[in-house]
Write a protein that binds this ligand. Structure first.
Ligand SMILES: C[S@@+](CC[C@H](N)C(=O)[O-])C[C@H]1O[C@@H](n2cnc3c(N)ncnc32)[C@H](O)[C@@H]1O
Length: 410
């Protein structure tokens, strides 16, 4: 039971305030034009400070302000709506609009993810599932090699001249059929700001991206809470003729949800989107689940060409044990290390009750990253063994200067 295992690691990261919990990320901001809106010039504080450092530090302050303001307004709006205060709700909607709304928030987030600030969180995900990606990348040449071997074996059949006796004829070599290569991982990125992040790995991934507001043509505009389930009777839940995903990415999205119930609902909903397959890791010898058998055929040639990560440059940190299907969750570090209502072990309990087991965790000064394997039988076991399944708002980490970030599961 997860309560005994307490699988998430506590860290000593400096996580004083939610205000500092801002994403890093990718985007070499040359393309964004974000500097126009968010960048501010100005004299350097010291003569040794470079322009880049200055710009980075100033716009960093600005992006944090924009992001913080947006979150605050969203929370107040959510409370006003819940209280039925339509007047206040309208006023807050107008304030949100006047401050640039979701578009400005996304731009601030994108700038906040720039390489100079630590890069894109998806790099952590690809590092953590490196074994799964490697086996897929390598499988194509190996598959081709197997095919050549098979052809060679077939051509070795021969008949001894003048001898019609089957007994004396060498038997045709039966090469075992080549094992089908594992299909590319199907990844659903929820809350996507870019189509060119580290998740694009040639031969190894197929990435579907969604967001409340699409900021690029490869990002579908839809609310994850309304996103059709894989088994939707209308068939709208399929993607590339298949159902479900091997990996869900929920990076800095849960903290966007303005209320604790909504966060619990979002976490619960993630469990409904995985492939049925509880596929093994790279050491797997099992064939892919039937429904996923022919995924390779759906990979368009022009896909996965941007934002490539050279996986050989990354550390191998995966253990080789089962990790799929899985959820990649990223939260601002203070939400978990400095909240009255959430701690790493409490999150572990919540996740266990949903069928998740922590595979990886990592906290930096700003962010808490975690990777969770999903297995519905683990949820059944949890319930059978009397594990906690309801998580109300309850102070578990009292103290001055803490924040009120909370996840409620009813
Ligand atoms: C801070 S950005 C995070 C972007 C990126 N994933 C990252 O790690 O930096 C949060 C994004 O989540 C999106 N988002 C929030 N709730 C969502 C929902 N219910 N469905 C889809 N996207 C959502 C927002 O529109 C926003 O673009």
């Amino acid at each position: 039971m997860a309560s005994k295992k307490s699988r998430s690691k506590n860290t000593s990261a400096s996580t004083k305030s939610l205000k500092s919990g801002r994403p890093p990320l990718l985007l070499p901001s040359s393309s964004s034009g974000g500097g126009k809106v968010l960048g501010v010039g100005g004299p350097s504080s010291t003569s040794t400070t470079t322009t880049a450092q200055r710009t980075s530090s100033i716009s960093s302050r600005h992006t944090r302000t924009v992001i913080r303001r947006h979150h605050t307004l969203q929370k107040r709006l959510s409370r006003a709506r819940a209280a039925g205060d339509l007047g206040l709700a309208r006023q807050l909607e107008l304030e949100l609009e006047a401050s640039g709304g979701l578009a400005t928030y996304q731009l601030a987030s994108t700038v906040g993810q720039s390489a100079e600030r630590g890069g894109d969180s998806s790099r952590v995900l690809v590092q953590w599932i490196k074994d799964e990606l490697d086996v897929r990348r390598k499988s194509r040449p190996r598959q081709q090699r197997n095919q050549k071997d098979q052809d060679r074996n077939s051509s070795t059949t021969f008949v001894i001249a003048g001898d019609d006796d089957d007994q004396t004829r060498p038997k045709k070599q039966k090469a075992s059929p080549p094992r089908p290569p594992p299909p590319p991982l199907r990844i659903l990125e929820i809350g996507a700001l870019s189509t060119t992040n580290a998740l694009n790995v040639v031969d190894a991934t197929q990435v579907r991206r969604i967001d409340l507001r699409s900021s690029a043509s490869g990002i579908e505009e839809i609310d994850f809470m309304k996103f059709p389930l894989p088994n939707d009777p209308t068939g709208k839940g399929s993607w590339k003729n298949q159902k479900g995903y091997d990996v869900l990415s929920l990076s800095l999205v849960l903290n966007y949800v303005p209320d604790a119930h909504g966060r619990g609902e979002m976490l619960k909903r993630t469990t409904l989107f995985f492939t049925d397959s509880t596929s093994d890791s790279s050491t797997s010898t099992s064939a892919p689940a039937l429904e996923n058998k022919d995924r390779n055929q759906d990979v368009p040639d022009d896909e996965n060409v941007n934002g490539l990560v050279d996986l050989d440059d990354l550390d191998t940190t995966t253990s080789g044990s089962k990790s799929l299907p899985c959820l990649f969750l990223v939260l601002p570090a203070p939400t978990i290390h400095n909240s009255r209502y959430l701690t790493p072990s409490h999150l572990d309990l919540i996740m266990s009750s949903l069928g998740y087991t922590a595979r990886k965790t990592k906290t930096t000064q700003k962010l808490h990253y975690s990777l969770w394997r999903y297995d519905p039988t683990e949820k059944d076991r949890w319930v059978r063994e009397g594990g906690q399944t309801v998580f109300p708002k309850k102070e578990i980490n009292p103290g001055a200067g803490r924040n009120n970030f909370c996840i409620i599961i009813d």
